[in-house]
Design a protein. Structure first.
Length: 184
């Protein structure tokens, strides 16, 4: 009897415009949903890439790494940040006004955790070099008077290059020219 290897298995990826911003799917991180007020226990998976289907099922939390190029940047605003709408209802509008100078006029806002922090995803029309995005955004926001600091306002991509997708709690808020509109 001759044993032949089984043919590779394929499946059709779902077409999700938001998830297409995350093409770097190998070596992703994942964690079970933690109890409120508990931190996730992140683990790395490197045997296979993360699929859209896994993310959309929402059984776990997932994070992906930035590659050498990216089609988005992200701003992380924690719940206790001076820039969170609970502390300053106009801070996001000021951030967006600063970013408008380089053509970033819309964002997708998602809650980043059960605590209520925010991730502002800012998509690009074309791929950009990740390190250049990190330098330009950091310089621009700091020159506009924003303080970049963990727990306040963080820019990604950055040196760490990993950030949770947070799709499981995405509220899909579109920030467009300083107005928030909820879509479902």
């Amino acid at each position: 009897m001759i044993c032949l290897p089984s043919p590779p298995r394929h499946y059709v990826e779902e077409t999700d415009e938001f998830l297409s911003l995350f093409p770097q799917r190998f070596d992703f991180i994942y964690a079970d949903h933690p109890q409120p007020d508990c931190k996730p226990n992140w683990r790395t998976e490197s045997r296979y890439p993360l699929s859209d289907r896994q993310i959309q099922q929402g059984n776990s939390l997932y994070g992906v790494r930035f590659g050498s190029t990216t089609r988005y940047c992200l701003l992380d605003i924690d719940i206790a940040s001076h820039y969170h709408p609970r502390q300053d209802p106009f801070a996001i509008a000021r951030i967006m006004a600063a970013l408008e100078r380089i053509g970033l006029v819309s964002a997708i806002a998602c809650t980043s955790s059960y605590s209520g922090g925010l991730h502002l995803y800012l998509p690009f029309a074309n791929e950009q070099r990740s390190w250049q995005v990190a330098i330009v955004l950091s310089s621009l926001l700091e020159s506009a008077g924003f303080r970049l600091k963990a727990g306040q306002l963080e820019v990604f991509p950055t040196v760490a290059l990993t950030l949770p997708i947070a799709f499981h709690v995405c509220t899909r808020l579109i920030v467009y020219r300083y107005r928030l509109a909820r879509i479902y």
